[in-house]
Design a protein around this ligand. Structure first.
Ligand code: OSB
Ligand code: MG
Length: 412
């Protein structure tokens, strides 16, 4: 049967949601994409990539090398799609780890998919619907199936998902530095390259002083902070550091308290003018809905690997659009494989704030895609216009970085 795009144009036009209008319904459109696929082969690669810079946040420091997993799926016609699980070795940001993701991919998610006829990406996601957790593994497989579907249809992902723009405004996420002076030098360099919003990682001991230094040096710069759950309610003297940070006109304060501390977050939000942004808290569609209803935040960071795929990410987009809650696409130091999906997702109309989308060159000596992407002088990164993976994946570079691999054609 030839591959087809669902004839439905989607229930609502592109553009910002109007008050009282229904949610834009991008989920129905994406879930309805028809692209019959039968997977013939699946490969999983555990990679160790050299980092060109230390990334330090409230969770600690990644330095030297970073593990990540990439998945390659191939259909019966030889069309390949790649997906990425930008996992960490330790369960700090989320519960998944490199080893748990490996075991979920090779033991749970991939074996039932090989040889099974799928009507499209939603069918793949349907095979693991009853399984809880394993978000990074689900995301890697779902995105790889999307890449095959997009290649078969000859339609770029952003168009399949109802994207409304061909370039995305981007910001940079700044790790904790040794001194505010070192931070100022780096922020200046990124602002000159065109990054339109700067996000500073904060943690107890690295908060008000560095934020003040950047604010004073760049008075009009859209600035935000990300605490990665690094504070507890009642930390420090009353109000500290939130009352001081509230004076800097920040775009948002991302995840000041633990992900599941929805009541404490709502209480803190009630004391601040600055919107709180949900990152670790937005771990599922339902938890995001609960957090918004409680007032635990007013902005949502959407990351497909944290949510377990593109379809749940689009569901959160639709939820937020229906409530006029601005969203943006966060990152987890993905290579160009993962970033291509993030860029396509950030083309959806609800993504009105700058995405964390620094080019892979900021972290890795060599990207896994070629050509890779970079920021344009206007501060935007172009949404991939190519069908399939968006950026061509270089199998030789994957092979060079592989420390362990698994492959199945379903006969084992
Ligand atoms: O909290 O947004 C986060 C990286 C790894 C895990 C969590 C986070 C981050 C970042 C990096 O901030 C953003 C990026 O990928 O550019
Ligand atoms: Mg964050």
């Amino acid at each position: 049967m030839p591959a087809t795009v669902s004839s439905s144009p989607g229930p609502s036009p592109a553009g910002p949601p109007r008050s009282g209008s229904p949610a834009p319904g991008r989920l129905d459109r994406a879930a309805g994409v028809q692209a019959p696929v039968r997977l013939a082969r699946a490969s999983v690669f555990m990679l160790s990539l050299p980092l060109v810079r230390t990334f330090r946040s409230a969770y600690g420091r990644s330095a030297g090398r970073k593990r990540l997993i990439v998945v390659r799926l191939e259909d019966a016609d030889g069309i390949a799609g790649w997906g990425e699980a930008p996992i960490a070795e330790r369960p700090l940001y989320g519960a998944d780890t490199a080893e748990s993701t490996w075991s979920a991919l090779t033991g749970l998610l991939l074996p039932p998919l090989i040889g099974r006829p799928l009507g499209g990406p939603a069918d793949a996601a349907g095979t693991w619907a009853p399984l809880i957790g394993q978000q990074y593994a689900k995301n890697a497989v779902e995105t790889a199936v999307w890449a095959i579907a997009s290649a078969r249809l000859g339609v770029p992902l952003a168009r399949l998902w109802g994207g409304a723009r061909d370039a995305v405004p981007v910001g940079e996420s700044f790790p904790i530095c040794d001194t505010p002076e070192a931070l100022l030098d780096e922020v200046g360099a990124r602002v000159r390259e065109g990054f339109g919003r700067i996000k500073l990682k904060i943690a107890p001991g690295w908060d008000v002083a560095p934020v003040r230094a950047v604010r004073e040096a760049f008075p009009g710069l859209p600035l935000s902070v990300d605490a990665n759950c690094g504070y507890v309610p009642g930390y420090g003297p009353p109000g500290a550091p939130w009352a001081a940070l509230d004076e800097f006109g920040l775009v948002m304060i991302e995840q000041p308290l633990a992900g599941d501390a929805l009541l404490d977050l709502a209480e803190l939000q009630g004391c601040l003018r600055t919107p709180l942004c949900l990152d670790e808290s937005a771990s599922s569609v339902n938890q995001t809905r609960t957090a918004l209803a409680l007032g635990s935040g007013r902005v949502v960071n959407i990351k497909p690997p944290r949510l377990g795929g593109i379809l749940p990410a689009i569901a959160v987009h639709d939820l937020c659009a229906g409530q006029q809650v601005p969203v943006w696409c966060g990152g987890m130091l993905e290579t160009g494989i993962g970033r291509a999906f993030n860029l396509a997702l950030a083309a959806l109309p609800g993504f009105t704030l700058h995405s964390d989308m620094s080019p892979a060159r900021m972290f890795y000596a060599c990207d896994l895609v070629e050509p890779t992407f970079d920021i344009r002088p206007d501060g935007c990164i172009a949404v991939p216009a190519r069908a399939g993976n968006g950026f061509p994946v270089m199998p030789g570079r994957v092979a060079d970085a592989t420390i362990r691999s698994w492959e199945s054609d379903g006969r084992d």
